[in-house]
Design a protein around this ligand. Structure first.
Ligand code: B12
Length: 458
C-alpha cells in the first residue's frame, strides 16, 4: 500500500487563514498510482492536524511500503518531522516528497536522511516509475528516472522533470480517497452548493517576480481538452452532487480559444453549474466575457497586485492600471462579479505606493478586495533579491517579508487592517456584502469572524 499525505499546518500559521480545500495535486498523484494498479490511501493531515505520535501509529498499523508527502515552503519543518515519525514507525518505508518546495529546493529536503527521494515538477509519471522500480526491485534504475532527485555519493542527483504531453492521459483526481464532506465545499460569492475545485491547465508563460511556477511546470501552459474538462464536470456532478466549481488555475483564460470552446460546450449542455475562476486583466475581452457569463461564470478573481505603475514594473507584472479598469468595466457589463487582490510590502514599495493601491481599489469598485502582505517564497526572483539585499524579516525557514526604512512585517499588519476597514466598511460595500450573503448570514459572519486575517501570496 502507498500512503499519500499532507503535513499538519505550520506552527506559526499567522499568515495563512485559508479555506479547507482538498489537496488537488496529491489527489492527481493518487489517481495515477491507482491507474497503475497500486493500492493507495490518503491522509490530509493539513485538515486532520493529527499529532506526530498518531501519524507514527497509523504508519505502524497500515504499514505502507512508500509514503508520499506534499511539501510547500511553509510546511518544510512539518515535512521533516513527519518524515522522521514515519521512519520511526517503519524504518524500511520509502519516504518521497513532492510539490512546490521539493520542486524548487530538493537538496534542502534530501539533506535530511529520513527523506529518500524528492520529486520535481509534475508528479504523476515520476512517482509511478519510482514505485515500479521499487516494487520490481530495480533500484539501480531510479537514478535515471526524470523528475526524481536522490542522494548520491557526492551529494544529490537531480534529474530534470518530465512533462506529460497529452494531458488527457492523466486520470481524474482521486477524490474518492478523501472525506469530501469534511471540506468547506462552498466558494465565496457562489450560491451554488456544494462547490468543489478543479484544475484545467498547468503552467504560466508570464514572469512575475513573486512567483516561481516556471520551475514546476516550465514556461509553457498545457491543458486538458475542453471535452475532458466537461467529462470531469459530469463526474463531479454525478458522483458528488457538485453545483459550483472554482477553477484554481493561475490564468483560466490564457488559452483563449480553448476557453471559448469549453464555454460553448457548457452552454450547449445546459449545465446546472455556477463557477469562479482566476485570471489576468490582459487575458479577457468583451466577447470572451460574454461567453463566460452565458456559461455560468459568476465571479473572476484578478491579481491586481498594486495601483502603482512603478511597483508593477518593479515586480515584473506587465499589466497596467488602465487594463485593470477596462477589464473590471467589461465584467460589470456582462454581470460577472469581480474580486481582486493587492500585495503590500513589495520590494522597494513605499507607504505612498500602498496608499495608491487603496485608492485604486476603491476606484475600480471591485465587489471584493484582499490586501495581502507580500511573502517571498523560494525560489522566486524577488526571494533571491531580498536574500541578497538583506532587507527582510525571516518569518520561517524559507519565508521572507520585506523590511524597509518605513515598515516591517508587524507594521504592515496594521496597514493591512486599516486598508481592509477603509475598503470594506463603507455603506456601499456593506450593502453589497449583505445582499450577497443574505442578511442573516451576513450578521452571523460579522459577529463570529470580524475582519479577515489572511495574508500572503498564492
Ligand atoms: C490553487 C493554489 C492554492 C490553493 C490550494 C488548492 C489545493 N487544495 O490544492 C489555496 C488557495 C488553498 C492555496 C494556498 C496556499 N498557497 Co497556493 N497555489 C495555488 C496555485 C495557484 C495552483 C496549484 C495547483 O494548480 N495545483 C494543481 C496541481 C495539479 O498541482 P500541484 O498541487 O503543484 O501538484 C503537482 C506537483 O506539485 C506534484 N506534487 C504535489 N504534491 C506531491 C506529492 C508527491 C508525493 C509527489 C510525488 C508529487 C507531488 O505532482 C502534482 C501533480 O503533477 C499555485 C501556483 C501554481 N501554478 O502551481 C500556488 C502555490 C502552490 N501556492 C503557494 C503558496 C505560497 C500558498 C500558501 C502558503 C499561501 C498563503 N500565504 O497562505 C497557501 C498554503 C496552503 C497549504 N495547504 O500549504 C506557492 C507555493 C510556493 C512554495 N514555495 O511553497 C505557489 C507555487 C504560488 C506562488 N506564490 O508561487 N494555494
Amino acid at each position: 500500500m502507498i500512503l499519500l499525505m499532507t503535513t499538519a499546518p505550520p506552527e506559526k500559521d499567522t499568515w495563512y487563514h485559508g479555506k479547507r480545500l482538498p489537496p488537488i495535486g496529491l489527489m492527481y498523484i493518487a489517481g495515477a498510482l491507482e491507474k497503475a494498479g497500486y493500492e493507495v490511501e490518503m491522509l490530509d493531515n493539513y485538515l486532520a492536524n493529527k499529532p506526530l505520535e498518531e501519524v507514527k501509529q497509523i504508519i505502524m498499523q497500515t504499514a505502507p511500503f512508500m509514503v508520499g508527502i506534499t511539501c510547500g515552503s511553509a510546511t518544510f519543518a512539518r515535512c521533516i518531522e513527519t518524515a522522521k515519525a514515519i521512519k520511526e514507525g517503519k524504518p524500511d518505508c520509502v519516504v518521497v516528497v513532492g510539490g512546490w518546495h521539493a520542486s524548487y529546493l530538493p537538496e534542502t529536503l534530501l539533506a535530511h536522511s529520513e527523506i529518500d527521494y524528492a520529486i520535481i515538477g509534475e508528479g504523476e509519471r515520476a512517482i509511478t516509475q519510482l514505485a515500479d522500480a521499487l516494487t520490481g526491485n530495480n533500484k539501480n534504475q531510479i537514478s535515471t528516472i526524470s523528475g526524481v532527485a536522490s542522494r548520491a555519493k557526492n551529494g544529490v542527483t537531480i534529474n530534470p522533470p518530465q512533462f506529460i504531453e497529452d494531458m488527457d492521459e492523466i486520470p481524474y483526481p482521486a477524490r474518492h480517497l478523501l472525506p469530501l464532506e469534511q471540506y468547506d465545499r462552498t466558494i465565496e460569492f457562489l450560491d451554488a452548493k456544494p462547490a468543489d475545485i478543479m484544475s484545467i491547465s498547468r503552467g504560466c508563460v508570464f514572469n512575475c517576480g513573486f512567483c516561481e511556477t516556471r520551475k514546476l511546470w516550465g514556461n509553457i501552459c498545457r491543458g486538458f481538452s475542453p471535452k475532458r474538462v466537461l467529462g470531469e464536470i459530469h463526474d463531479l456532478q454525478s458522483r458528488y452532487g457538485t453545483r459550483g466549481i472554482y477553477f484554481i488555475n493561475d490564468n483560466f483564460t490564457l488559452r483563449k480559444e480553448k476557453t471559448k470552446e469549453l464555454c460553448r460546450l457548457m452552454i450547449e449542455e445546459k449545465l446546472d453549474l455556477q463557477w469562479v475562476c482566476d485570471t489576468r486583466v490582459d487575458l479577457v475581452d468583451d466577447k470572451l466575457l460574454e461567453l463566460m457569463s452565458k456559461a455560468g461564470c459568476k465571479v473572476i478573481w484578478f491579481g491586481v497586485e498594486s495601483g502603482s505603475p512603478k511597483v508593477l514594473k518593479r515586480i515584473g507584472r506587465d499589466t497596467t492600471p488602465e487594463q485593470v479598469e477596462t477589464a473590471f468595466k467589461l465584467c460589470k457589463k456582462h454581470g460577472i462579479k469581480t474580486a481582486c487582490s493587492f500585495m503590500l510590502g513589495l520590494p522597494d514599495e513605499t507607504l505612498t505606493d500602498m496608499e495608491k493601491s487603496l485608492k485604486f481599489a476603491k476606484k475600480i469598485d471591485s465587489d471584493y478586495c484582499q490586501f495581502n502582505i507580500f511573502i517571498a517564497y523560494p525560489d522566486s526572483k524577488l526571494y533571491r533579491e531580498l536574500l541578497q539585499s538583506g532587507r527582510y524579516t525571516q518569518l520561517d525557514n524559507y519565508l521572507l517579508s520585506t523590511k524597509s526604512d518605513e515598515y516591517d512585517f508587524e507594521s504592515l499588519k496594521a496597514v493591512q487592517r486599516r486598508f481592509f476597514k477603509s475598503f470594506h466598511m463603507t455603506p456601499k460595500q456593506i450593502l453589497k456584502r449583505a445582499k450577497r450573503e443574505g442578511i442573516l448570514t451576513f450578521a452571523k459572519n460579522r459577529l463570529l469572524h470580524g475582519t479577515k486575517k489572511a495574508s500572503g501570496s498564492a
